[in-house]
Write a protein that binds this ligand. Structure first.
Ligand code: SF4
Length: 321
């Protein structure tokens, strides 16, 4: 199989995986305008949330390298609709759209999200749908989406499952669905014939191997492992204010214990273990930051496998030719 013309996308971090990013923003009737992000959760590692806290906004940002965030609105048509039309025209059979990019799908936004997904896949684009989905949203999406086989294969769910420790998950991914809700959602999507991948990024506890095996009957795609894209100290402070890192540790909370132990848990030895695991399992992907943490210079090789896996999952050579 020739890899010469294989694209460089579905690899590493999010920016490497997608050509476009699209997001739903919720309209706030009380304020008469769109919220800067639709997400009602407060994950302590959230990059968009950090940007919002620090700079007051996080949407409509150009990411450089041809990546743009496009908003599609929930209840008001207008400029946003123009943006989505612009995107549909730009799509080629190779295009990957990460959706939603700085939020998550809620029950209220399922109809808009599904319309958007249908439009993208019918324009031959592929959707990489990152979510911490619960079973109600999964059921609503399955009910609403009307996709035939070839279009269905262009929708790749990527459900975030960061640890087997539900208490830790609750402490870090505040207001997000529980571990059990997420695997229920995965089961629903799987039974409906979708491709379900797992994103263990950021890995919250070092036990990714147990996690991989415990949930293996709930996904049929890849299992990707990564660490936080910022040191949790800096990230935590940027989201929660100066001093909050120390205060959280001093409080002895679950999150504080995690912050205190972060560096000793996620060492280069641990990252090397993740790479060994990757070498032993065909469907495991190590994100770019794992290779960096391990100090192992084989990232380029790992990309080839990722492209092959994704090509198989999408069901043809369109995406990675
Ligand atoms: S679900 Fe995603 S967008 Fe929402 S707070 Fe968590 S990390 Fe941020």
């Amino acid at each position: 199989m020739s890899l010469q013309k294989v694209s460089h996308r579905l690899i590493g971090g999010v920016a490497d995986k997608a050509d476009f990013k699209a997001n739903i923003r919720e309209f706030d009737p009380a304020r008469g305008k769109f919220a800067s992000t639709m997400c009602r959760r407060k994950c302590k590692y959230c990059f968009p949330l950090g940007c919002q806290k620090r700079f007051g906004k996080c949407t409509k940002v150009s990411y450089g390298s041809g990546l743009y965030e496009i908003s599609c609105d929930l209840s008001v048509r207008g400029g946003c609709e123009q943006s989505t039309s612009w995107l549909y025209k730009k799509l080629t059979p190779n295009s990957i759209v990460q959706f939603p990019s700085s939020g998550d799908i809620s029950l209220e936004t399922v109809p808009t999200a599904c319309d958007f997904i249908e439009n993208v896949v019918k324009c031959n684009g592929t959707i990489l749908l990152h979510s911490k989905m619960d079973s109600d949203v999964a059921k609503a999406m399955v009910k609403r989406l009307k996709l035939d086989g070839s279009h269905k294969s262009r929708l790749l769910f990527q459900i975030t499952c960061t640890t087997l420790d539900n208490n830790l998950m609750e402490a870090i991914e505040v207001d997000a669905p529980s571990f059990f809700e997420r695997i229920s959602a995965m089961g629903i999507l799987l039974r409906a014939g979708f491709t379900v991948n797992v994103s263990c990024t950021p890995c919250l506890s070092p036990d990714f191997e147990d996690l991989y095996h415990t949930i293996e009957r709930y996904y049929n795609g890849t299992f990707s492992i990564g660490v936080t894209n910022m040191h949790p100290n800096a990230l935590f402070s940027s989201i929660h204010g100066k001093g909050s890192h120390k205060e959280e540790i001093a409080s002895g909370s679950r999150c504080g214990i995690w912050l205190r132990n972060y560096k000793s848990m996620f060492t280069s030895e641990w990252a090397k273990g993740a790479i060994d695991f990757y070498k032993r399992h065909d469907n495991v992907i190590c994100e770019r930051n794992i290779w960096k943490l391990a100090g192992v210079d084989e990232y380029e090789l790992s990309r080839e496998r990722t492209r092959d896996i994704v090509r198989d999952k999408i069901g043809g050579s369109n995406v990675c030719t």
